[in-house]
Ligand binder design. Structure first.
Ligand code: PAF
Length: 284
């Protein structure tokens, strides 16, 4: 496995693979790898001839300086794991390598036609502009055949699909297949997340109530309307000491707009467990 830190070396390696007619699987990450990432990487390795993974805590997608500062950075451990999984190339640049000073200072703006005005986009203004900024740059450099993203970040996945399928911004992205992979959960049901590393043992136990409420809501949805179930999920989670729901929205899977129908619906939740912001979702 080769660890690459410059954009020029990354393009050189990916261009060499493409010249040889190899398919490239790509998994963009911010590191602090867990079983959720492992499932994406295993799939990328098995479905493609070459596997690239990026490990980059992207500053432009954080709208909270403390969150950026506290984001776990574990490159050495991540690299060992990636080597054991059979990854061929890891791209781990510095922010200065990825962006010019101007790009760091001036927010990148992309028109998502409203996909970013709800849920995470509403709560974290500018977040998805930063995500699209880094993912589009990575796609330009790697030119993957297939790129893999977790369904835990449901809105992110929808926005990246939108960027690739409908964007006139970068016609060269149009052939890239975006593969969404199911949420990986701990045996307790807690959705795997790099942020779980910031939870104490007690908080981890408390946080299990989030997935329990979502799973129970599948039953509730059999006999109640969307608004009733939405409120019941919020009340159930808020009743647990140490948890506070930021939003629980039941939206259409494609438009991400609130829906009052169960057909094609997904429920997306964000909950503060102490100071740690956790997200999860369930498809009805
Ligand atoms: O999901 C993530 O870890 C990040 O948002 C991504 C896609 C790697 C972009 O920085």
């Amino acid at each position: 496995m080769q660890i690459i830190t410059t954009k020029s070396e990354l393009t050189r390696q990916s261009a060499a693979c493409l010249r040889q007619g190899k398919t490239i699987g790509f998994v963009p990450t911010m590191g602090a790898l867990h079983e959720g990432h492992v499932s994406l990487i295993r799939r990328a390795c098995s479905e493609n001839e070459v596997c690239f993974v990026s490990v980059f805590v992207n500053p432009t997608q954080f709208n909270n300086a403390e969150d950026l500062q506290k984001y776990p950075r574990t490159l050495e451990k991540d690299a060992q794991l990636l080597a054991s999984l059979g990854v061929h190339f890891v791209f781990a640049p510095t922010p200065e390598e990825m962006y010019s000073a101007e790009e760091m200072a001036v927010p990148f703006v992309f028109d998502f036609e409203g996909l970013d005005k709800v849920m995470e986009g509403k709560m974290r203004p500018g977040h998805f502009n930063g995500v699209v900024q880094v993912v589009s740059r990575l796609f330009e450099l790697v030119r993957p055949t297939r790129a893999y993203f977790g369904e835990k970040d449901f809105q992110q996945l929808a926005i990246i699909r939108y960027m690739v399928e409908r964007s006139a911004m970068a016609p060269q992205f149009q052939g890239i297949q975006i593969i969404g992979c199911p949420i990986v959960r701990e045996p307790s049901g807690l959705a795997m997340s790099s942020r779980n590393e910031r939870l104490s043992v007690a908080e981890k136990q408390t946080a299990v109530a989030i997935s329990q409420a979502l799973i129970s809501s599948l039953e509730w949805a059999k006999s109640a309307d969307v608004a009733t179930v939405q409120q019941r999920v919020i009340d159930t989670i808020n009743a647990i000491e140490g948890l506070e729901v930021e939003y629980y929205d039941i939206v259409d899977k494609d438009t991400l707009q609130p829906t009052d129908k169960w057909q094609n619906a997904v429920g997306c939740v964000t909950v503060f467990c102490g100071s740690v912001r956790l997200i999860d979702n369930i498809q009805y």
